[in-house]
Design a protein around this ligand. Structure first.
Ligand code: AMP
Ligand code: MN
Ligand code: MN
Length: 451
């Protein structure tokens, strides 16, 4: 077959297909009245520039274009089903400025970039998320600073999911190192810590964290990336300009990944099961915290059937305390103070304590739970003075005291019963303020508090 007229024919096919998708109605509510005027193919057929006429007032036209660009991955896959080419071209939408003279391409794209930075995360359902992911070939994955078991477990579980989908170009990066007790998870040795540069990729996925500010220095490296996908179970909104799935009914991000395997019709591999079990068991405190659901147990059953060694995981993750952590625990327990009614217990550690104990930040994980477990305590707080002007607060609470909402006032977040914040203030004054505020809230509304 001669290839000369091929780009034209493929372009015409794509035009026809996109026009009929638009006629059927696209899901994105931002897309208003638009029509496809023409498609220009790159000679290698890798890119299709789709020229569209946009109708309505300026802001309606702009949001149509933003909506189309957000839907481009899905449209591409739909188009791919009807094309018999080896690679489905990447689809890029442009306003048709020959017909729409008032539109200035450059200005529009500048506007779109601005808008993408402030437009709220586009929420997908889980099948939609999987579809979106299927449309990309190369990925960069990351998670939050001070990674816990769910951060590492769901991140690595997701790499196994992507492999099961047939993806091969997957890089994992994190701001902080993998804590020692999760270092045996399959794939943990491939995570690159605090890189200066990240590999090119079509999509960045951030998991177990919804805020860009919580991925540390990685944020700087992916700041301008066009496609950021969020998978998370914390309270709150995703970063603006991103797309994703956030569902706080899940006890762990690892549970979401387990459901992604199921929905995609893929078998969870034993390596993935190990990662996802660690994700689940750590975020549910061994299936004991209030976030644990029947679904958690159903997922756990599946993971155990795949051969997860529960005793080995428990021993390593929960029952082995490194000596430096024990030394910190001594300090924390010694310094616990109570509010007059005993409903708040709080303690603190400083960076000097860490140095003296030979400890690192990872050893702080869950120290706050000891105060939480004291009878009568409804809220436990641990303050960590990580510098003269920086204090990390960890809160654990009864489900009726919404710790995440309380810490939102301090730029933090998390879950109703477990939340944190990093605040640019010295430990002492901040601790007094937070202790007083929580004490008052607990005294004023002892039965049901939700700020
Ligand atoms: P931690 O007290 O650090 O174990 O954190 C408890 C929960 O709150 C975890 O789910 C964290 O992801 C979340 N969290 C901790 N620090 C912050 C923060 N600075 N901003 C938002 N969420 C946080
Ligand atoms: Mn986490
Ligand atoms: Mn989590």
């Amino acid at each position: 077959m001669s290839t000369k007229g091929r780009p034209k024919r493929v372009g015409e096919l794509i035009r026809h297909e996109i026009a009929s998708l638009i006629a059927k109605g696209l899901k994105d509510p931002r897309i208003g009245f638009v029509s496809v005027m023409g498609v220009r193919m790159s000679p290698d057929l890798n890119y299709a520039s789709v020229y569209v006429s946009l109708y309505g007032n300026e802001s309606e036209r702009k949001s149509s274009l933003i909506g189309l660009r957000h839907s481009a991955g899905w449209i591409r896959r739909e188009v791919g089903k009807c094309l018999h080419t080896r690679i489905t071209p990447e689809i890029r939408f442009f306003p048709d400025d020959t017909l729409d003279q008032v539109y200035h391409l450059e200005e529009v794209f500048e506007e779109i970039h601005k808008d993408q930075d402030t437009s709220p995360m586009l929420r997908l359902d889980l099948p939609g998320l999987i579809e979106e992911i299927r449309g990309f070939d190369s990925f960069l994955l990351t998670t939050h600073v001070n990674p816990d078991g769910d951060a590492v477990g769901s991140l690595l579980g997701l790499t196994h999911f992507l492999r099961a989908l047939g993806k091969t170009s997957i890089a994992c990066v994190m701001h902080d190192p993998v804590p020692q007790r999760y270092a045996d998870l399959p794939g943990a040795n491939k995570v690159v810590i605090n890189p200066r540069k990240v590999p090119e990729c079509q999509a960045v996925i951030i998991i177990d964290v919804a805020g860009r500010d919580r991925i540390g220095d990685i944020n700087e490296l992916v700041r301008h990336h066009q496609r950021v996908i969020v998978i998370d179970h914390h309270l709150g909104e995703g970063p603006s300009g991103s797309i994703g799935y956030i569902d706080s009914s899940y006890a762990a991000s690892g549970e979401i990944v387990a459901d992604m395997f199921e929905l995609a019709g893929l078998e969870i591999t034993p390596a993935a099961a190990h990662c996802l079990y660690v994700a689940q068991t750590t975020d549910t405190g061994g299936y004991r915290f209030s976030n644990t659901t029947p679904r958690s147990h159903r997922i756990a059953v599946k993971l155990l059937e795949l051969g997860v060694d529960v005793a080995a995981v428990s021993q390593r993750v929960f029952d082995t305390m490194p000596r430096p952590k024990f030394e910190l625990l001594r300090q924390v327990l010694n310094r616990i103070e109570f509010s007059p009614d005993g409903r708040l217990a709080h303690s603190y550690v400083t960076i000097q304590d860490l140095d003296e104990a030979g400890a690192t930040k990872e050893h702080l994980d869950n120290l706050v739970n000891y105060a939480r477990n004291i009878e009568g305590v409804r809220v436990a707080a641990l303050f960590f003075g990580s510098g003269p002007e920086i204090t990390k607060v960890s809160l654990r609470s009864d489900p009726d005291f919404n710790a995440a909402v309380f810490l939102e006032n301090y730029g933090g977040g998390g879950h109703a019963a477990a939340a944190g914040a990093t605040i640019a203030r010295p430990l002492d004054g901040l601790r007094d303020e937070i202790v007083n505020r929580i004490t008052k809230l607990l005294t004023d509304a002892p039965e049901g508090i939700s700020e």
